[in-house]
Write a protein that binds this ligand. Structure first.
Ligand code: UDP
Ligand code: MG
Length: 310
């Protein structure tokens, strides 16, 4: 098998048919043997029956159906676990990532690259808030992590079997695939494209999911927030010490020490706030440690047409 295309699906009934036609059109021209691996991530619409319909007619269509919604990154992970191609493409189902780029990405791999990701030159049809938060997030992330996670890049990419095998052996429960793939290394390059609008339906990424995804990215690849927490502790204690000297000075050399209620209450609140922030940051890391210690399966399969693994 030359090529696997992994497609995570969450409520994409309006897009599946067109996606299938376009991907198939592109792959048939490439003269490679391929499979499409659909991962139905607990869709509440008729996505699953559409996929089953495709699988009944086309032997290249594989699918995995989750017992519930596990999230985009887990869906892609399941696809990678079951893909058997020498190269694997990860693509969104909503046609925001044009399948027509696949041949170009595939050919770039022949120049001894193990990862070719697609970088968005522009993105259409997404809310201003989403674009701004995404931009800020990628810039912050790259400034606080030691590895180079490419800017303005989603999961649309083609990766070599070597990379897939390493990914399969990375046990973390919080998946931030684009970070993990950068961390893995090998030769990586990119092509640029203009991101289209979503073809039909609505985004499955609520702000809540995006926020959790962003925190997963930061906590998986940086311990800087923890260091900042202790740094803030030192700074605040320093300030508190100076205030203490000042308070003693006032107390013994002037007689107006009854005053100062304002500064007292302010500093109590300030220190309290900093402490809570630090506890919160530590909490974010600890909650992730505890999730990893539980070692639950990443996802649960309801049904699939994939018989043997590997
Ligand atoms: N998706 C998924 N599980 C989810 C949310 C999204 O499998 O919980 C899939 C979705 O069907 C699509 C891809 O992940 O193929 C990207 O999601 P979406 O287009 O909703 O995100 P956006 O492009 O708005 O960031
Ligand atoms: Mg989308």
């Amino acid at each position: 098998m030359d090529l696997s295309v992994v497609i995570p699906i969450y409520n994409e009934q309006e897009n599946i048919q067109l996606l299938y036609t376009r991907v198939k059109g592109v792959l048939d021209k490439m003269l490679v043997s391929y499979e499409l691996v659909f991962v139905n991530d607990g869709s509440k619409d008729s996505s699953l029956s559409l996929i089953e319909g495709l699988a009944a007619k086309d032997l290249n269509v594989k699918y995995i159906d989750f017992s519930r919604n596990f999230g985009h990154q887990i869906a892609v992970t399941a696809g990678l676990d079951h893909a058997i191609g020498d190269r694997v493409v990860i693509i969104d189902a909503d046609l925001q990532d044009p399948p027509e780029l696949i041949p170009e990405m595939y050919l770039r791999m022949d120049d001894n690259f193990q990862v070719v990701y697609a970088r968005r030159r522009s993105r259409k049809g997404e809310s201003f808030l989403k674009k701004v938060t995404a931009k800020m997030f990628y810039r912050t992330l790259s400034s606080i992590t030691a590895i180079d996670i490419p800017l303005d890049t989603g999961d649309f990419r083609i990766i070599d079997r070597k990379v897939v095998d390493v990914l399969k052996n990375m046990p973390e429960q919080q998946k931030f695939l684009r970070g993990q793939i950068s961390w893995i290394g090998f030769n990586q390059t990119y092509i640029e494209y203009d991101r289209e609008e979503r073809h039909g339906g609505q985004t499955g990424y609520t702000y809540k999911k995006m926020f959790r995804f962003a925190l997963d990215g930061i906590t998986s690849f940086s311990n800087l927030p923890l260091k900042v927490a202790s740094l803030m502790g030192f700074i605040v204690s320093g300030i508190a010490f100076v205030i203490m000297l000042y308070a003693l000075y006032i107390r013994f050399f002037h007689n107006d020490y009854v005053q100062g209620w304002t500064s007292m209450i302010l500093s109590v609140m300030f220190i309290g706030g900093i402490q809570l922030i630090c506890v919160g940051i530590i909490g974010e890391y600890i909650s992730r440690i505890s999730t990893n210690i539980r070692q639950r399966p990443l996802y649960i399969t309801n049904k699939t047409n994939i018989t043997s693994q590997d």
